[in-house]
Every structure is written in structure tokens, then in C-alpha cells.
Design a protein around this ligand. Structure first.
Ligand SMILES: Cc1cc2nc3c(=O)[nH]c(=O)nc-3n(C[C@H](O)[C@H](O)[C@H](O)COP(=O)(O)OP(=O)(O)OC[C@H]3O[C@@H](n4cnc5c(N)ncnc54)[C@H](O)[C@@H]3O)c2cc1C
Ligand code: FES
Length: 248
């Protein structure tokens, strides 16, 4: 699929929580669930564009769900409908939806929920049954859309104010699922991958990494895999769990 660079018109940039925003922009070229874009709304500084996953792509609109962490995402949060955003993408290898069937567990931690809505949509569209497991520190966000599509939604929070008190890693029992898909903090994905591998269930993880070019040219995002060093931006961000976590 061709990588495109384009200035895209922002149609909305809604604040969902104190730190989480949902930006929508016009984008007609196809994207795959699990892919990401390098994006920027600023001119010179910071130098690098920032990688953000596709949260959804539908009817010529691409959506990004993002958390303000530093300078780039703070500038992004200041963009308004009617402004333009520079998008390069869609980049990377996403979830292999074509190889997944049956009963699927999708597991998120915090802002790791961002790339998972689009893949849930694609899986449900092809006839999979999807259970969604999510963990948040406290108040959850963005769950309504998952509740509308998934057979079950299981919620864990660190605070215990919403759902079950504890970690989402404790909620998931991978036995009985045909596949597990996950995105979230590294420690969470590692636990989920090990549980799934122990149960003999296929598992796919969407990895995060510091990035510079986003297209496999600078080696800033190299990670260890069973098959040797790979770039998260070009060979991933989605990998088979066994390629990352099976003693490499
Ligand atoms: C493939 C991919 C997809 C992503 N998708 C999303 C998404 O959908 N929604 C979302 O909110 N975030 C996503 N991220 C993370 C997002 O790219 C970073 O939060 C963002 O680049 C931070 O930029 P900043 O200028 O705001 O922060 P900076 O000022 O650059 O950094 C602030 C802090 O965040 C840390 N940080 C910055 N970038 C990363 C990173 N890539 N991984 C780990 N820590 C980092 C820095 O070390 C620093 O402590 C994704 C990252 C990757 C690699
Ligand atoms: S960000 Fe340059 S190789 Fe991945």
C-alpha cells in the first residue's frame, strides 16, 4: 500500500479527559487496523513528527486517539477544526485480520486502547466474536464504541473506582480464545503474551518505540525479535507475541 504525505483538514479535535483527545481529519486513502501515521501540526520545533495509531478510518475520515505526554502531543491538542495537519502514512504492518477467525480477546492498557477500536470493527465485520478486556488507572474513556460491538467488555482499574480493582492481566483467561490481540504498557503486553503462549493461543502485540523517520531508514526503533533485530516502524508495530517474547 502506498505511503502518502498530505496536509489534511482537521474536522474535530475533541477533549475526552484531562489529557486524552480525539482528532479527526479528512483522509481518503485506505489504512489497515494497527497501522500508524507520522503527524505534525507545527512548523519547525519539535523537529520530528510524532507516531500515532489509526483509531478508526471510515467514510474518508481518519481518527487519532492520543494522550498528551510532551511538547508534540500538547501542540496537537491545541489544533482546531478547520486547521490542517501534516500526515505521512499509513505506515507499518498492522494486525493480520485476514488470518484471525473465531473467538478473539482484545486487551488494552491505558492509551493502548487507541489502535484497538479499528481492529475490533474489522474483526466483527468478518464474523469474529470479540471480547474486550481493558485496564485503566481510574476513569475509563472511549468504551461505549467497544460495548456496541463486543460480546463482553471486562474492565479493571488500579483505583477500583470503575470495574474490578486490579490489573487487566489478571482478568484474561486466554484458554478458549482463538487469538489474543493486545496494546498497552510493555509489562502488560509481556504478561498477556506469556499467558496466551502458555495456553497455546495465538497472540499479537502492538509495540511502542521512540521513532524518528517512521519508514525503516534510521534504525531509531530497532527491537530484538526471534528472527534478529527488526524495526518497529516498518516490520511492526504489530508482531506475533512469540517473535518478541519467546526468549529472544
Ligand atoms: C507506532 C506507535 C503508535 C503510537 N500510537 C499512539 C496513539 O495512538 N496514541 C497515543 O497517545 N500515543 C501513541 N504513541 C505514542 C506517541 O507517539 C508518543 O506519546 C508521542 O510521540 C510523544 O510525543 P510528545 O512530543 O508529546 O512527547 P515528548 O516530549 O517527545 O516525550 C514526553 C515523554 O514521553 C516519552 N515518549 C515519547 N515518545 C515515546 C514513545 N514512542 N514510546 C514511549 N515513550 C515515549 C518520552 O521519553 C518522554 O518521557 C504511539 C507510538 C508509536 C511508536
Ligand atoms: S523510526 Fe526510523 S527506522 Fe523506525
Amino acid at each position: 500500500m502506498a505511503i502518502t504525505y498530505q496536509k489534511a483538514l482537521i474536522t474535530a479535535n475533541e477533549q475526552m479527559t484531562d489529557t486524552v483527545f480525539l482528532l479527526k481529519a479528512q483522509w481518503s486513502a485506505p489504512t489497515q487496523p494497527g497501522q500508524f501515521f507520522m503527524l505534525r501540526t507545527w512548523d519547525k520545533a519539535p523537529l520530528l513528527s510524532r507516531p500515532i495509531s489509526v483509531h478508526n478510518w471510515e467514510n474518508g475520515i481518519v481518527e487519532f486517539l492520543y494522550e498528551v505526554r510532551g511538547t508534540g502531543t500538547d501542540l496537537l491538542s491545541q489544533a482546531k477544526a478547520g486547521d490542517f495537519i501534516e500526515l505521512t502514512g499509513a505506515l507499518g504492518k498492522g494486525f493480520p485480520v485476514e488470518n484471525i477467525s473465531g473467538k478473539v480477546a482484545v486487551v488494552s492498557g491505558g492509551i493502548g486502547i487507541a489502535p484497538l477500536y479499528y481492529v475490533v470493527r474489522a474483526l466483527v465485520q468478518k464474523g469474529c466474536t470479540v471480547d474486550f478486556y481493558c485496564g485503566f488507572r481510574d476513569k475509563p474513556y472511549g468504551l461505549e464504541k467497544f460495548e456496541a460491538l463486543c460480546s463482553n467488555v471486562y474492565l479493571a482499574t488500579d483505583s477500583g473506582n470503575y470495574g474490578v480493582k486490579g490489573f487487566v492481566t489478571d482478568l484474561l483467561q486466554p484458554e478458549g480464545y482463538d487469538a489474543v490481540l493486545t496494546c498497552g504498557p510493555e509489562i502488560m503486553m509481556e504478561k498477556i503474551a506469556h499467558k496466551a503462549m502458555a495456553a497455546g493461543t495465538a497472540v499479537y502485540v502492538s509495540k511502542e518505540s521512540h521513532m524518528a523517520c517512521g519508514i525503516g531508514a534510521c534504525l531509531a526503533c530497532t527491537c530484538k525479535t526471534k528472527g534478529g533485530p527488526k524495526s518497529v516502524c516498518k516490520d511492526g508495530p504489530v508482531f506475533k507475541g512469540e517473535d518478541i517474547y519467546a526468549d529472544c
